[in-house]
Design a protein around this ligand. Structure first.
Ligand code: HEC
Length: 459
């Protein structure tokens, strides 16, 4: 070997060495599905993106996720996924679903680097889902098989299921699983006392006679009568926008609800709903069957009993404007509701409820001392994603606080979800009509054991 060729050989060895070490460094920071991306998906995506759940595709495995790489990058960069519609600058929420900037950067880098699979050894253990459930229920109640006639698009059914509880129970989490997602539009499960059940059954039967001054009925759904007074600015009158002579808000005891895009209710430790011995569960189910054949439904609710000692009892104020009128074609129609808290409560969670024309909703507190605070803001409401937002830090809303809710509706042709921009819209149970609801899940400020002690003394 000549000196020259030794030089060349050295040169090549050196270059190979450089290339090798660069490759080593690349390998070290190479973003792979198994090491970097799967943990993000398992934590933030697969609760919906697993087989037979609400999302169109599974992201559980590399094989399943790989074809979606470009779409995934778009969805996370634009923060369309995971769905989250509360303004992150207003309030902090336990169930905040948003990815961190780092997580988004990791996904972007993964896609840019060719969406590699990586070493199977790096793959974390995949979460396991029980058919249909996202919680681990201690007990499941299922309605009797219910027939939903072909083409029956709007049918509100009230079905009562006894709990047969022999003692009071505390429910920390709950989830409604539709029997047949094709026809169950929404389902609210409420706790009712056994002795109220016959009265409630009678009132559903009476409603079907439709002799109410406010409502008329078609099939199994209610609509506001067109001649009822119009009031968009509920906050301009003392009752805040409720039906004449009635308050805008009422109390409900809802362990779980199914709405489009809704996750299970998981309450903070120490906060739970009381289900008194012997209670019934009322399933209010909105069926909408667009299929040409009848469907049999068996919807269920699963409940998780509180494992931690229960400190505070949870219930919900459901606050409405019932009297609005949204003119045809109006792209930005304002409606307000106001509700004055009749007692001190601790705020636990918020839900905004409108239908296809809902555009935005925000709720302010006006405290008894006149101070105003924005509590909750959903700047771009989307009917398909009706989440309950659980507060990270529960806080006192004193008696006399006004909850001032402002909603905007888009009844124009620019709203792609709008079923019909040529119609004037009032309150109605079908999704093609509207509702304007703000729900506050709250807890009693008096701890459960203190109120039990008080009750004993009162005895
Ligand atoms: C709460 C349930 C839920 C969560 C959590 C969720 N998704 Fe989705 N995702 C859906 C549903 C339902 C759809 C289909 C409806 C739609 O596109 O609006 C969807 C659609 C998508 C699409 C669009 C598919 C298409 O047709 O182009 C992508 C991409 C996606 N999700 C990725 C993700 C990623 C990545 C995550 C986690 C970072 C995630 N999703 C979290 C429910 C969810």
């Amino acid at each position: 070997m000549t000196a020259k060729s030794v030089g060349f050989a050295l040169y090549f060895l050196l270059m190979a060495g450089v290339a090798l070490s660069a490759q080593d460094a690349d390998a070290a920071k190479e973003i792979t599905f198994n090491k970097d991306v799967a943990p993000i998906f398992y934590e933030n995506c697969v609760t919906c993106h697993h087989p037979n759940d609400i999302a169109p595709m599974s992201l559980m495995t590399y094989k399943e996720a790989r074809p979606w790489a470009a779409a995934i990058r778009e969805a996370v960069v634009q923060r369309i996924m995971p769905p989250w519609h509360a303004d992150p600058h207003v309030g902090e929420f336990m169930n905040d679903a948003r990815l961190s900037d780092d997580q988004i950067a990791t996904i972007v880098a993964w896609v840019k680097g060719g969406a590699k699979e990586g070493d199977p050894k790096d793959l974390p253990k995949a979460p396991v889902f029980q058919a249909g459930w996202h919680i681990n229920p201690d007990i499941i109640f299922t309605i009797p098989e219910t027939n939903v006639a072909a083409g029956n698009q709007d049918d509100y059914e009230y079905i009562y299921v006894p709990t047969n509880f022999k003692e009071d129970k505390w429910v920390q989490a709950g989830e409604v699983v539709p029997g047949d997602r094709r026809v169950v539009h929404h389902a609210t499960v409420s706790i009712v006392n056994a002795d109220e059940v016959p009265k409630l059954r009678q009132s559903h039967a009476d409603q079907s006679k439709a002799d109410s001054p406010y409502y008329y009925r078609t099939g199994q759904v209610n609509h506001l009568r067109p001649e009822v007074m119009v009031l968009d600015d509920g906050c301009s009158v003392p009752n805040g926008g409720g039906l004449p002579g009635q308050p805008s808000g009422g109390v409900n005891h809802v362990p779980a609800i199914y709405l489009p895009g809704h996750s299970p209710e998981v309450r903070p430790p120490g906060y739970a709903l009381r289900v008194a011995a012997g209670s019934y569960l009322q399933f209010q189910i909105h069926y909408s069957n667009r299929l040409s054949q009848p469907v049999k439904d068996r919807t269920s609710v699963g409940l998780v009993f509180a494992k931690d000692p229960v400190k505070y009892e949870v219930a919900q104020y459901e606050i409405w404007n019932n009297l609005f009128l949204i003119p045809p074609g109006d792209g930005n129609h304002r409606v307000t509701s106001c509700f004055v808290l009749p007692k001190d409560v601790t705020a636990v969670a918020y839900t905004a409820h409108m239908h296809f024309r809902g555009k935005s909703m925000k709720t302010e507190a006006i405290y008894p001392d006149g101070r105003r605070e924005l509590l909750f803001d959903v700047p771009k409401y989307d009917f398909r994603w009706q989440e309950t937002y659980f507060l990270k830090h529960q806080f006192l809303l004193p008696k006399g606080t006004t909850l001032f809710t402002t909603a905007y509706f888009d009844n124009s042709q620019n709203n792609p979800l709008n079923p019909d921009p040529t119609k004037a819209i009032r309150w109605g149970e079908p999704s093609t009509e509207e509702m304007m609801g703000f729900w506050l899940a709250y807890a009693d400020v008096t701890p459960v054991d203190a109120s039990a002690a008080e009750a004993k003394i009162a005895h």
